[in-house]
Design a protein around this ligand. Structure first.
Ligand code: AMP
Ligand code: ZN
Length: 122
């Protein structure tokens, strides 16, 4: 998709602060972070939304979901010591369609977390 900003990041024609890449997906830091750690996991294939995914995307979606906690851990938003109370963790979400607040119509998984001392959590 020539006009798609995330296809351009995948192709390397516009820059992004990349955190991960393999044959199927890339991850990069959100340009307008909503949390101390905020990155996007993006498939290389242009799929507009989660609602456009079908059975053939099952493995890809699984890979994206499983990358989230690993990369969150690496980037300082891991989930540790859950039984000890608030100590790390993140939100992972797919905004889907206009009512889901989606702005970029190339599938992406937001991962948001990190230390938020102003919330009394570290
Ligand atoms: P969504 O509303 O789920 O479509 O979110 C799109 C996200 O992409 C927003 O959080 C934007 O800040 C982010 N974004 C848009 N353009 C770029 C870019 N060039 N590099 C990194 N993040 C971007
Ligand atoms: Zn695209």
């Amino acid at each position: 998709m020539d006009s798609c900003i995330f296809c351009k990041i995948v192709a390397g024609t516009i820059p992004a602060k990349k955190a991960y890449e393999d044959d199927d997906m890339i991850a990069f830091h959100d340009i307008n972070p909503a949390a101390p750690v905020h990155f996007l996991i993006v498939p290389k294939e242009h799929i507009p939304t989660l609602a456009d995914c079908g059975d053939k995307h099952q493995a890809l979606l699984g890979k994206m979901m499983l990358l989230a906690p690993k990369l969150a851990q690496e980037l300082g938003a891991g989930y540790e010591n859950a039984e000890d109370g608030p100590d790390g963790g993140f939100k992972a979400l797919f905004n889907t369609g206009p009512d889901g607040g989606q702005e970029v119509y190339h599938l992406h998984l937001h991962v948001m977390g990190g230390s938020r001392p102003w919330k009394g959590q570290r």
